[in-house]
Write a protein that binds this ligand. Structure first.
Ligand code: UDP
Length: 246
């Protein structure tokens, strides 16, 4: 696919973290095809700006390990099921992107050779150099981790400039739950250590520490606005920035 660089973008390579929930739309579970199509169209626009895109997708719209284990299931088994759920989402995204002629590769951290490539760092980078969007499925391949940690890990490995974290129903990071407290204050920018110290519910502490230690900036933004993936990728000041110059 030929790509024209329309302007000088702030980022050369981004990791887009999509929670499973963000694929579910208002139904809250499963995969909503119209929502996935909309996300794919935005990713296509980001590519048209010449920005490399890797996507890490979650699985919470189908299965969440912790919730499974809370019901008495073995934690590791429940987590492997969660990783399988992320692969389903990855394939849905791939399908939507390929339908609008965006070249993609799905790479999974657990080998499923009939379905997708195995994650190989250098191959992932090569795909992006060729203009392909790489979608990472199956998280890190390890139980007891999250796809937020996967986003941090892959961003470090592929030397992404930023993690763009799309959230559903919230437009950034607040000092307390804005759905419960009217006077909750939104942060424009903050440091990773503040997330840990204040116990802010942005991402788990493993993911936060990995980003902090490797100095990977994060932008948390609202996916309900249909232009926000492009705006975030172009470096517009939307949502909350973590670990930038703070
Ligand atoms: N998971 C895991 N290891 C990983 C990534 C994910 O075990 O490296 C499992 C875990 O059970 C998690 C589920 O997959 O609950 C779905 O991922 P996550 O909760 O991060 O998805 P999201 O909240 O982004 O939809």
């Amino acid at each position: 696919m030929e790509v024209f660089v329309l302007e000088t973008a702030k980022y050369k390579r981004v990791v887009l973290k999509l929670s499973g929930e963000s694929l579910a739309g208002d139904q809250g579970f499963g995969i909503n095809p119209a929502v996935v199509e909309d996300i794919a169209a935005q990713v296509k626009q980001v590519r048209e700006h010449g920005i490399d895109v890797a996507i890490v997708v979650g699985g919470g719209n189908i299965w969440r390990g912790l919730a499974g284990s809370a019901k008495g299931m073995d934690r590791a088994a429940a987590d492997y099921m969660g990783m399988m759920a992320t692969v389903m989402n990855a394939l849905a995204l791939q399908d939507a992107l390929e339908k609008i002629e965006v070249d993609t590769r799905v790479q999974t951290a657990i080998e499923m050779r009939q379905v997708a490539e195995l994650y190989i760092r250098r191959k992932a980078i090569r795909h992006m150099e060729k203009g392909r969007v790489v979608i990472f499925g199956a998280g890190t391949g390890n139980p007891y981790f999250s796809t937020d940690t996967t986003a941090a890990l892959r961003a470090a490995e592929i030397e992404a400039d930023v993690i763009l974290m799309a959230k559903k129903g919230t437009d950034g990071i607040y000092d307390r739950d804005p759905n419960k407290y009217k006077d909750a204050k939104k942060f424009e920018a903050l440091a990773y250590i503040e997330i840990l110290n204040k116990g802010l519910a942005v991402m788990d502490s493993t993911a936060t520490s990995l980003c902090m230690d490797n100095k990977i900036p994060l932008v948390v933004f609202n996916i309900d606005d249909h232009k926000n993936i492009v705006r975030a990728a172009l470096g517009e000041n939307i949502g909350t920035t973590v670990g930038g110059n703070v």
